[in-house]
Design a binder for this molecule. Structure first.
Ligand code: G
Ligand code: G
Ligand code: MN
Ligand code: NA
Length: 257
């Protein structure tokens, strides 16, 4: 079978899996949420990485069903964690591609997933890249405003790698900047080097615009210390935990309950 046909089958038969990577508060070390990351376990190819099949899904239109699957899984799972540990509110991050956002019924589908799962809208964070928001159409604006009205939050993924224009931050109701891991990788450790000023600028931009900042790709303790020094409040990365099956997060949630 061609990869496309196999992916179509995998989506239709719900063979895709959703893994979750935890995010943490940098000061308290508290678990604050997760990012949902789709996985494709393939009989012959092993785990096919999303870098391979997400672009294919976008080209073929499969991204709509795939995206709905991930969104619904993440919402139901998020609500289960909320039940496991009442009083703990985890943010549930779900990646959204531009193709999904362009669909006129996207906000309605999000609303349906929230209602059917019982997950509060304020727990859901939709992650999209800057390039998605550069597609500055009235329909994108309407969709984001509808999501905002529900209480869903919007995060800019890979922030700083896309476009030099920041005008979309004024036009669209953005809540969170996720600092791309390429910036985190270059942190000096002292928090005072030239390479640190970029991260510091993003954190300050976030503060000025009243946006949260989450640093991605923390692999070293020294990066954690530098980020704290630079005023970043939240982080995710291999240093804290790799993406893993829902049960891994369930254990973390149960441990705090
Ligand atoms: O998960 P890593 O674990 O390999 O993910 C690689 C890329 O795939 C990232 O850029 C991530 O944003 C993207 N990705 C992972 N899961 C999803 C998903 O459910 N939907 C979309 N659109 N992209 C995803
Ligand atoms: O584009 P997006 O931010 O959604 O992609 C997240 C990707 O980053 C996933 O592929 C995830 O597995 C990966 N990732 C998460 N933490 C780390 C990390 O500490 N180091 C590296 N190299 N990749 C990471
Ligand atoms: Mn992401
Ligand atoms: Na990213």
């Amino acid at each position: 079978l061609a990869l496309e046909a196999e992916l179509r089958k995998a989506v239709a038969e719900e063979q895709l899996q959703v893994h979750y990577q935890p995010t943490y508060a940098l000061d308290s070390g508290e678990l604050t949420g997760v990012e949902a990351l789709v996985r494709w376990p393939h009989a012959e190819r092993g785990m096919v990485p999303p870098d391979v099949f997400i672009p294919l899904a976008e080209q073929t239109g499969l991204i709509h069903d795939l995206g709905q699957f991930v969104l619904r899984q993440a919402c139901f799972q998020g609500q289960e964690w909320a039940r496991l540990s009442p009083g703990t509110v985890l943010s549930i991050g779900v990646n959204v591609s531009g193709k999904q956002l362009q669909r006129h019924d996207f906000a309605a589908e999000v609303s349906r997933a929230l209602h059917e799962s019982g997950l509060p809208a304020t727990s859901l964070v939709l992650e999209m890249t800057e390039s998605v928001l550069m597609n500055d159409t009235d329909s994108t604006l309407r969709t984001l405003q509808a999501l905002k009205a529900m209480g869903v939050r919007i995060a800019i993924d890979d922030f700083g790698t896309g476009y030099s224009s920041l005008s979309y931050l004024h036009r669209f109701p953005v809540d969170i900047l996720k600092i791309d891991r390429s910036f985190v990788e270059r942190l000096s450790g002292s928090g005072t080097g030239d390479e640190d000023s970029l991260v510091q600028s993003i954190v300050q931009l976030g503060r000025t615009l009243d946006l949260e900042t989450i640093a991605e790709g923390i692999e070293e303790h020294s990066q954690l210390l530098a980020l704290r020094r630079l005023g970043c409040t939240m982080a995710q990365g291999y240093h804290f935990g790799r993406p893993g099956p829902a049960e891994t997060v369930s254990r973390l949630v149960a441990a705090r309950a």
